[in-house]
Design a protein around this ligand. Structure first.
Ligand SMILES: [Zn+2]
Length: 451
């Protein structure tokens, strides 16, 4: 009896469950799992050893899946990126963006640029300001630029407390305080990713030694622009004794110190020994720090960059440097493969600044993604002495995604034609793009009107 009752109940329960399933299936189709899907692109993800056609799905600002075939109805929005390269968002670890103070002839002022005008349009989602501010003015920089930019801005603190404000400040060894610099770095561990020493002309090791004290206390790397070439502090000693493994030598192809071996024209002994010890070598083209007469023989000798950076500032932005992709084009023009060049702009720099959550497309990683097109043609690439090397390929940024949302779309590949009917997920477009229509308001203040 009891058993029969149970059976009857179970049977009724089954019917109810089946009916409920049928009703729910008809009433509302299953919601797509992902916010955004990039389909059919060639994925280059150095950290995960991916070099092939894959689909990339994003949800809630994170990479949700990278797989061979993800159906388009699994996402609110699907973009066809066939024929294009899909990479992690690019990381440029040498820029100058402490703009807006009004100070003349100063990287904590007029020589810096506002980051958002120079980043997303070339696929860069993260930049590191290389020493514009020191411990005395970092908080002003943070308030003025870092906290207000759409670009992810990190900072390396200048070992000079006053920052990169010109000769009378930058040559002042009394203002190079490793302890005070470390204290500020430890106060903002999410934002301060390194210590910078630059432009020093004196014969002493003071800036390097104080920078290493700060870097050691705060457990972050030191980046060196080695300033004037002085026999009292040779480059060989810097790279084999003074710096620690994991520290970064920028302006690697400048030729202003002893980067190049005078006989072989390849890398100097200091460079070779330094790389063996784990020093990283960074491009940092800037206005006067990249020469073909170094870059070509050194790259041909196998001394390729660990990271490609711009050294973006007011006097490099329209010169030979131009932007991150133009610097990458130059390295490619000396026959470094695209896959390697992308690694030098993604996983490598992210690793150098110890932000492993960036620069890769691992499941759960921050969904910064760049879509690049390789254009074939005849292109010219110039250096600091206005010499040209011709190349046949150029990288163009088609689409940039930061934190899961489209922030740049050169040819509108994420947009529907204006004649198309409304889409089923238009109301949720804010989930995958920053270009979603703004919700209507009863009265929009004039200052917030779109224009
Ligand atoms: Zn610089």
């Amino acid at each position: 009896m009891i058993r029969e009752l149970t059976r009857k109940k179970t049977f009724q329960g089954c019917i109810a469950l089946t009916l409920a399933t049928v009703i729910s299936v008809f009433a509302q189709p299953a919601a797509p799992t992902y916010d955004l899907l990039l389909r059919g692109g060639h994925v280059l993800d150095d950290k995960n050893h991916i070099d092939g056609v894959m689909d990339v799905a994003i949800k809630d600002g994170k990479i949700a899946s990278v797989a061979a075939h993800i159906p388009s109805d699994a996402a609110l929005k699907t973009i066809d990126v066939k024929g294009l390269y899909v990479t992690p968002g690019l990381v440029d670890i040498h820029v100058h963006v402490y703009a807006g103070t009004g100070e003349r002839n100063s990287y904590a002022g007029d020589l810096s640029v506002p980051p958002d005008g120079f980043t997303f349009r070339v696929g860069v989602t993260t930049v590191v300001d290389a020493g514009c501010s020191g411990w005395r003015n970092f908080e002003d920089f943070k308030d003025r630029i870092i906290d207000r930019s759409k670009t992810r801005v990190f900072a390396m603190l200048n070992i000079v407390g006053a920052g990169m404000r010109g000769g009378k400040y930058e040559q002042n060894t009394a203002d190079m305080d490793g302890e005070a610099t470390a204290a500020m770095a430890l106060k903002y561990p999410q934002t301060i990713v390194g210590i910078k020493t630059a432009h020093f002309e004196g014969p002493e090791w003071t800036p390097v030694e104080q920078a290493v004290i700060a870097g050691t206390k705060a457990n972050i790397p030191v980046m060196v622009d080695f300033g004037a070439d002085r026999p009292t502090r040779p480059l060989y000693d810097l790279l084999t004794q003074k710096l620690r493994p994991g520290d970064i030598y920028t302006h690697m192809y400048s030729g202003l110190r002893q980067e190049q071996d005078p006989v072989t024209l390849g890398p100097s002994k200091g460079f070779i020994e330094g790389r063996k010890r784990g020093i990283y070598f960074d491009v940092g083209q800037g206005g006067g720090s990249f020469k073909w007469s170094l870059a070509v023989p050194m790259i041909k000798a196998g001394f390729i960059p660990d990271s490609i950076s711009t050294d973006l500032h007011v006097t490099s932005m329209n010169g030979a440097m131009k932007d991150e992709l133009n610097v990458a084009d130059k390295i490619m023009a000396v026959n470094v493969p695209l896959k390697e060049v992308v690694a030098e702009m993604t996983s490598h720099p992210a690793h150098e600044i110890r932000h492993e959550e960036l620069g890769n497309l691992s499941q759960g990683a921050i969904a910064d993604v760049t879509v690049l097109r390789v254009e074939d043609g005849k292109f010219g690439f110039t250096d600091m002495v206005n010499r040209r090397l011709d190349g046949k390929q150029k990288l163009i940024c088609e689409l940039t995604i930061k934190d899961g949302k489209i922030v740049y779309d050169l040819n509108g590949i994420s947009a529907e034609l204006w004649t198309a009917p409304p889409g089923p997920h238009d109301a949720e477009a804010y989930r995958w793009t920053t270009f979603a229509p703004r919700p209507p308001r009863a009265s929009t203040p004039a200052t917030e009107m779109p224009h």
